[in-house]
Write a protein that binds this ligand. Sequence first.
Ligand code: SAH
Ligand code: SF4
Length: 422
Amino acid sequence: MADTPLMPIPGHIDPVPVPRDVTPRADGRVDLLGLPRPRIAELFAAAGLDTKAAKLRAKQVFHWLYHRGVTEFEAMTDIAKTMRPWLAERFVIGRPEIVLAQHSSDGTRKWLLRTADGHDFEMVFIPDADRGTLCVSSQVGCTLNCRFCHTGTMRLVRNLTPGEIVGQVMLARDALGEWPKAGGTMAGLDFDDEDEAGGEGHYTSDGRLLTNIVMMGMGEPLYNFDNVRDALKIVMDGDGLALSKRRITLSTSGVVPQMARCGEEIGVNLAVSLHAVSKEVRDEIVPINRKYGLEELLQACADYPGASNARRITFEYVMLKDKNDSDEDARELVRLIKHYKLPAKVNLIPFNPWPGAIYECSTPERIRRFSEIVFEAGISAPVRTPRGRDIDAACGQLKTAAQKMSRAELDRLADEKQAALG
Ligand code: SAH
Ligand code: SF4
């Protein structure tokens, strides 16, 4: 395993960017997943097609990859029969490997995935009444060390490639049975067990369960900006997965210098992990605050391209007992939002404990009171319902839990995974 150089976490507040890794395959073939159309055309041309044919084939293959979800060139029926083996000799259409797949009693699904070079990361699908949200990872581990976050305790980090990021969305669509069949119907519509399909309904006009994406899995997406941007461009491409930028949210702990680029070059909704309203507390629990302070962060939010009353910035606020949850904290949060004239909504997240964590979750009464104070000031402040607690759905927990499992337990879960995937 691990033939890619990993980097140890360099420190609390001054992480060095991790260089982009393209993992060469042992068989010399190139994985097309995650490559933009022009790059696919370039590769086809380099393999011998003339420019015009390469461009046309790239367009066809892109459509098969992202609109139809095929993983074999043989299934690409509008490509000449003789051409398909030629493609298969030179290229593959990859997916991250599934190590574990778990299904919570509340419908939440969680996967532990593995890169080709043997690094594990997580993905979660959360069905709700009116939507289905996929929580996507951007890195293996995280270079930042937020004190309440389990991912922050992982010692090694590597950026996920665009293919590994898009690959999560592809895998979720595979598992939910959400690729159109030849006739245009969705493979997932004939589920006899609604729960297997991840929820009670079909959420969009095209009958899909996966309607939203949040970059809130492992890692800090703005420290892997180029790969996250390239992956999300593919996810938004109208000829493929075609998810609207309004249905995608990127969450950052506050990498101020990249925030404007996120709005300009990706254009998705922004969520900011605020979690505290004073320098003292935020320095402690979100240490990147020592580098980019609250004023700078909130000014970058005020300047975020595309934010408006119709497209508000979400401020995530994890409720930590006696740390950031007082009435004064709530009032200061309101003051800051008003002072910077932010089109904001606040998302209150009950702290999800993990073994070794030094914090506790605030009491339900405290969370309710905090929410009321913000709400009474005219700012929406829902409390996020904890989901998937029975399957270690807190960020980073599944990976650690899996590392502690015996071989027999892992084998049993792998069997369950096969059964769940049908
Ligand atoms: N690195 C990015 C995105 C991933 S974390 C960021 O920090 O925004 C996604 C969200 O989950 C963040 O708001 C993070 O603070 C929160 N989170 C992490 N660990 C948590 C825990 N144990 N309980 C509740 N929320 C947690
Ligand atoms: Fe990294 Fe986000 Fe966890 Fe902080 S909360 S350690 S930025 S994943």
